[in-house]
Design a protein around this ligand. Structure first.
Ligand code: FES
Length: 98
């Protein structure tokens, strides 16, 4: 069963899902879909409410940026990465491995 539909994902508009106790931020960039931990590693903010720019997502609270591909923190004040999750897309079905 899919976690969400590809057609639910508009470019630059991340979606937060919860699966197996994990809050996950799912983002479409071009034809690719990425899933990272939704909670910013700096403090308690939802990255899905942040702004996407290419492969980067910027936390709305204090401006830390993360790489959607690796979860790596790119810009202070965050220094720790967030988790990444594998994503598979089958037709219109998007499944996150969590
Ligand atoms: S909570 Fe995300 S940068 Fe501070």
């Amino acid at each position: 069963m899919s976690d969400l539909l590809l057609t639910d994902l508009a470019a630059g508009k991340p979606v937060r899902i919860e699966k197996n106790g994990e809050a996950i931020c799912v983002t479409k960039v071009g034809d690719e879909v990425f899933a990272i931990g939704d909670v910013c590693s700096h403090s308690d903010a939802s990255l899905a409410e942040g702004e996407v720019n290419g492969y980067k997502i910027e936390c709305w609270l204090h401006g830390a940026e993360f790489d959607l591909r690796t979860g790596q923190a790119l810009t202070p004040p965050a220094v720790a990465p967030v988790k990444t999750f594998s994503v598979s897309v089958d037709g219109n079905s998007v499944t996150v491995e969590a």
